[in-house]
Design a protein around this ligand. Structure first.
Ligand code: FES
Length: 168
């Protein structure tokens, strides 16, 4: 296999990895760095369980090769909060029962954090090309923005309640 060196800042820590160039960012996180908070569901871009933030934007890490992200800053669920100091989105998911089995939760939370940031930055979604034309945080708007994250337990309405609370 062809290998390459890649430098990534992950959850605030710089890592230099020597990887098979075919290694996905998801596998680099889980297998090389043992950051197993990020989950592998479908491994083909359909479920969102592997969502992480790369330079603040959400991506499906199963669809992206690690070497494509040389020099990038990656945030996983482990970097959003700690057991002592939860990220507000983590606390809201607990408060609103935004999960049952929890498998999709790291991806849901990373996605939700990025979704609110997208709204704040005025990035339109499919239901709102004009963010000024309707209430920004309608459940429809949030459901659309979270539509890439599948929850087999069906905790969707509680997930939307949690995100709505964080959005204020
Ligand atoms: Fe990446 Fe399902 S594991 S989208």
């Amino acid at each position: 296999p062809v290998t390459a060196k890649v430098q990534l800042t992950i959850n605030g820590q710089l890592h230099t990895l020597e990887l098979d160039t075919r290694t996905t960012l998801l596998d680099a996180l889980r297998e090389n760095l043992h950051l197993t908070g990020t989950k592998k569901g479908c491994d083909q871009g359909q479920c969102g369980a592997c969502t992480v933030l790369v330079d603040g934007r959400r991506i499906n890490s199963c669809l992206s090769l690690a070497v494509m992200h040389e020099g990038a800053t990656v945030t996983t669920i482990e970097g959003l909060g700690t057991p002592d100091k939860l990220h507000p989105m983590q606390a809201a998911f607990i408060k609103h029962d935004g999960f049952q089995c929890g498998y999709c939760t790291p991806g849901q939370i990373c996605s939700a954090v990025a979704a609110l940031d997208e709204i704040k930055r005025g990035i339109p979604s499919h239901v709102s090309d004009d963010l000024t034309a309707q209430p920004l945080l309608s459940a429809t708007e949030l459901r659309e923005r979270m539509s890439g994250n599948i929850c087999r337990c069906g905790a969707y309405s509680n997930i939307i309640d949690a995100i709505t609370e964080v959005a204020g």
